[in-house]
Design a protein around this ligand. Structure first.
Ligand SMILES: Cc1cc2nc3c(=O)[nH]c(=O)nc-3n(C[C@H](O)[C@H](O)[C@H](O)COP(=O)(O)OP(=O)(O)OC[C@H]3O[C@@H](n4cnc5c(N)ncnc54)[C@H](O)[C@@H]3O)c2cc1C
Length: 399
């Protein structure tokens, strides 16, 4: 049984395994030839393919070159350009030949996704923050020549070229959305779907915007076989298979987030201009404004990005969204905007203590790491107390 996003999916594996660049085997959105008129929502790849894989014009390629992080590089036919799990993988703009993109496919290896041709670029939102790549790229059969853009240079391109930046940013975001739709490319959780540990880790990944898939350890043949092969006991479940192939047995959220590169490594004594406690709407807004002014920013949240707003199915009163927006969509946008300006988002990292006694402001993070910052923003939200009427009030209420 495949469980994705908390619901059991009966989607045929063959449709999810269709090669993205080729024809999809998903039925059309409204197939009137089908007498029962079953409506299957079209995937983002069908509806927005041109925006997911845009081709830059020669003029746009010239504009982009000014922001490159290094000289163009030639890759031999079949040579690895980037691999799954590699940290700091640049986004590559192809100027000759092709890069073939592959992804992990569940537990059964890698699969071809698409080819980036001349004027197309690799990467998704992880490239903005230098986080580990979820896909791999290889030079095509004639090799390729490509220009690298590491995270700081990619962010500079976004900010420095309005029209080009919009095309690239939209593509990176939509590629992540498509990755989330294609859950098999992400983290695989093997365990009982109703197990609280599985649910907790899946909610964490989903709220962090990471593709994930649960394989039922008792009914899914691939999941069962893996557990038997590795000799995993029931107490060690859930078993987590990260996109780079790393196995984790019954991990905490922090261990999982560290393995996936969601949690940045913050050195003891690290210095920032602005440190923010809380990654709800208030904390993320502060991060966007501070980072867009060129300040170095770190945001800590003990749980995940989004705060309370991340749990809201629809927010109708947020300025600028007259038709309403779901909490997750709002938080996703805010997160992408913050990393576009270079803010570091550190989750799950609880702040234990604020020390204002010395000349410098210091935050102490769970585990003992200290962070020094010129300014600290506390955006830790509200906690609600239950009304506890005094005996006098209780008597009045009872009268
Ligand atoms: C289901 C639901 C629906 C809602 N719908 C609406 C709506 O339609 N319209 C509306 O206006 N409002 C709505 N709200 C309220 C809205 O979500 C909150 O007002 C808003 O999220 C507050 O934002 P915030 O950033 O101040 O705090 P929060 O969203 O509470 O975020 C605070 C963050 O700080 C973190 N944190 C706290 N202490 C620490 C620490 N020591 N170290 C690290 N991290 C810490 C928490 O984990 C949390 O993520 C809704 C709330 C919920 C729960």
């Amino acid at each position: 049984m495949l469980v994705r996003g908390g619901t059991v999916r009966a989607l045929a594996k063959s449709s999810r395994r269709a090669k993205l660049a080729g024809a999809s085997r998903r039925p059309a959105a409204s197939d009137n030839t089908n007498s029962s008129r079953i409506s299957v929502p079209m995937g983002i790849l069908e509806t927005r393919k041109d925006q997911i894989f845009p081709t830059l014009t020669a003029h746009q390629v010239d504009s982009a070159r000014r922001f490159a992080s290094g000289p163009e590089q030639r890759f031999a036919p079949g040579e690895a350009v980037f691999s799954i799990g590699a940290v700091g993988t640049p986004s590559w703009l192809v100027i000759e030949g092709e890069i073939e993109l592959t992804r992990r496919r569940g537990l059964s290896g890698e699969t071809s996704v698409t080819s980036y041709g001349v004027g197309q670029f690799s990467g998704e939102v992880n490239a903005l923050a230098g986080r580990p790549s979820i896909s791999a790229g290889r030079a095509g059969s004639d090799g390729c020549i490509a220009i690298p853009f590491d995270a700081p240079h990619l962010r500079a391109l976004m900010i420095g070229t309005a029209d080009l930046g919009e095309i690239v940013m939209r593509a990176l975001i939509l590629r992540r959305v498509e990755l989330i739709e294609d859950a098999e490319a992400g983290t695989i959780l093997v365990g009982a779907p109703s197990n609280p540990k599985v649910v907790r880790l899946q909610v964490f990944l989903t709220r962090a915007g990471y593709p994930n898939l649960v394989l039922d350890a008792t009914t899914d043949a691939e999941g069962k076989a893996l557990i038997e092969r590795l000799g995993i006991s029931a107490a060690e479940l859930p078993l987590i298979v990260c996109p780079d192939g790393t196995f984790l047995r019954d991990p905490t959220e922090l261990e999982l987030a560290t393995c996936l590169g969601i949690t940045p490594s913050i050195k003891d004594g690290a210095r920032f201009d602005v440190a923010i406690v809380g990654a709800g709407p208030a904390g993320l807004a502060a991060a966007v404004y501070a980072a867009s002014e060129g300040l170095s920013v770190v945001v800590f949240d003990g749980r995940n990005t989004g705060g309370q707003a991340g749990a809201s199915s629809r927010i109708e009163n947020y300025l600028g969204f007259p038709t309403g927006i779901s909490g997750r969509a709002l938080v996703g946008r805010a997160f992408n905007q913050a990393i576009k300006f270079g803010a570091e988002i550190a989750v799950p990292m609880h702040v234990d203590r604020l020390d204002c006694s010395g000349k410098e402001l210091t935050l102490e993070i769970a585990g003992g790491t200290r962070v020094i910052s010129k300014a600290i923003v506390i955006a830790s939200g509200a906690s609600y107390r239950r009304p506890c009427p005094s005996s006098e009030h209780s008597a009045q209420l009872a009268a």
